[in-house]
Write a protein that binds this ligand. Structure first.
Ligand code: FES
Length: 141
């Protein structure tokens, strides 16, 4: 299986960035994939002045691709506005990792869902309506 993964996926799996929790997080996204049972929790810190995501951390109980995509999504969102972060698709996360095997694309969907969950949690806390986003569940396992 290892041979199917890009060097970047393996590197983020072995040395994931931003693992942990943010105690005073402004938004938390909790998601799980009912098919494989993997779960992901993503924390964001948002500057309310300009709605820029200043920090992001994650805790993932899942496969190597779930850990690598969690790591990458936390790297991608830092410094972005909420609006910009919402444009990050699972494909963008997978691409930033040098691609994922087809049967592992659903792991990147989990990362996208966790991000949107965290942003919606932030919006809810600020009395704003949540964002509805269509996720393509590409689970093929
Ligand atoms: Fe479930 Fe990767 S196998 S997220």
């Amino acid at each position: 299986m290892e041979g199917q993964y890009s060097d970047k996926v393996m590197e983020h799996f072995r040395n994931p960035r931003n693992v942990g929790e943010i105690a005073d997080a402004d938004g938390i996204g909790n998601v799980g994939n009912p098919v494989c049972g993997d779960i992901m929790r993503l924390y964001i810190k948002v500057d309310p002045k300009d709605e820029i995501i200043t920090d992001a951390k994650f805790k993932t109980f899942g496969c190597g691709a779930a850990i690598a995509t969690s790591s990458m999504v936390t790297e991608l969102v830092k410094g972005k506005t909420i609006e910009e972060a919402l444009k990050i698709s699972n494909h963008a996360v997978a691409e930033a990792l040098g691609g994922l095997p087809k049967i592992k694309m659903h792991c990147s969907v989990l990362a996208e869902q966790a991000l949107v969950g965290a942003i919606n949690d932030y919006l809810k806390k600020h009395g704003k309506p949540p964002i509805a986003k269509n996720f393509k569940d590409e689970h093929e396992a």
